[in-house]
Design a protein around this ligand. Sequence first.
Ligand code: BTN
Length: 326
Amino acid sequence: MRGRDASASILRALRAADGFVSGENLSHELGVSRTAVWKHVKNLRDEGYGIDSRPNLGYRLQSEPDLLRPEEVLAVLTTRSFGRRMHYVRQTVSTNDLAREMALAGAPEGSIAVAEEQKSGRGRLARAWSSPKGGIWFSIVLRPKLPPSDLPKIMLASSVAVAEALKSLGAESSIKWPNDVLIGGKKVAGILSEMTSEPDRMDFVIVGIGINANASLSDFPHPLRSRITTLARELGGPIERNEFLAAVLARFELWYGKLIRGEWTDVGRRWKEMSQTIGSRVAITTVAGTVKGKAVDLDSHGALVVETQTGVVTVSSGDVQELRSG
Ligand code: BTN
């Protein structure tokens, strides 16, 4: 039995037991030596599991850390391919970099990179993305057979997935164009997509999703604290991150599947239902300048359609500020 499998089996046995499980029983059930059992217990303790051990009695599980262990995510995953291959690390620079390496090495569509903490997380428009422990920081490898101009659609589908997963937890959120997910006007999740493409087709896309789940506001830099929120704060306590990650993946697989099948209209309609930007007066900072007007629709590529004083403009990338009407 491989190391991680053995640790997972020990964990399962300890969870199922009502009290102590003897080292002998564990070694028998798993078909490994008692020394190996002891080593796996030590590894689990190093990962933060509270495991009591008593001579003649064996081991007993006392507490579990809040970790996104692949075994636990897989146990609740309902997808066909999204998240089925998972590269999990405690800490990394950015999961988008990990996922990119995976994609370059041939990882199939739906593979994900997950980290408990990012040291140099990236946000949209070359901003830093603070990623302390307790959040959900992950990136998914996609290989869509779509033209590069369809990238915004993928981003919109991913924000719908996050907003719908939040809804399933009882948290009402709204999407600010293109894909900031907010609760009560404060950002709880963000999405960064990075594409490698040929002129006429995408090679692969990395969609990086960051969700301020169980991290505490004090774990974020001061200037951010008034603008963001966390799920633990909004829901009155920590969430099951494994289940939430699985829920986001399930929603994303569904909406991405629709896109791939050419059902963009459904995706766009759902995004518009969940978005607070449509119908708002906006000022969008783009590389070409600021566009001011009323956001009225999405176009057939997922770009935002804005009615300005001088006519209708479509914007595919930028930073939106929603202005008070009037
Ligand atoms: C934004 O709103 O600016 C986008 C934030 C995207 C953050 C996620 S966290 C996982 C992945 N890795 C990164 O470095 N960024 C994305």
